[in-house]
Ligand binder design. Structure first.
Ligand code: FE2
Ligand code: FE2
Length: 149
């Protein structure tokens, strides 16, 4: 990322990333050794980077906020009744938590709710921003699972 883009990204994410409620994501492991908090920052950075690279006309505030909160489900999914169900259920849980704690626009809610698509068949990404987060999450999860155990 260019220096100016990095500064823009930090300006957008700083407030929400230092909120004490967001810090709760540090208590949970996402993949390998990576916490949910770090995973969410990565997904936000990758989404932002692709948007810039492809010069997409995006709402960058919503992109970064939706990406950062996409896994704001706040429980250890390794303990979740049937880890398989976690894949289907957590986008909805994350969306409700994020709405309760931070407020969300319609677009931001859809970014979170549709990020597991096509696993969650009926929650389809409805904007460029949602498509980016859906892709960035898959890139990031794959990398974390393969290389950071
Ligand atoms: Fe997720
Ligand atoms: Fe994720």
């Amino acid at each position: 990322m260019k220096l100016s883009e990095k500064a823009e990204f930090n300006r957008i994410i700083n407030e929400i990333k230092s909120d004490s409620k967001s810090m709760k994501m540090k208590d949970f492991i996402q993949h390998g050794r990576v916490t949910t908090y770090d995973h969410c920052i990565r997904v936000a950075a990758i989404s932002f980077w692709i948007a810039k690279k492809l010069k997409l006309n995006c709402n960058l505030d919503s992109l970064v906020k939706g990406a950062f909160l996409h896994d704001y489900y706040l429980y250890d999914w390794h303990d979740y009744k049937g880890a398989k169900l976690h894949g289907f259920h957590h986008p909805e849980v994350a969306m409700r938590n994020a709405f309760r704690d931070f407020g969300l626009t319609k677009k931001e809610a859809n970014i979170i709710k549709s990020h597991m698509w096509p696993l969650t068949l009926r929650s389809v990404p409805a904007s460029k921003e949602a498509v980016l987060v859906c892709i960035a999450d898959k890139i990031s999860s794959t990398k974390e699972t393969l290389t950071e155990r």
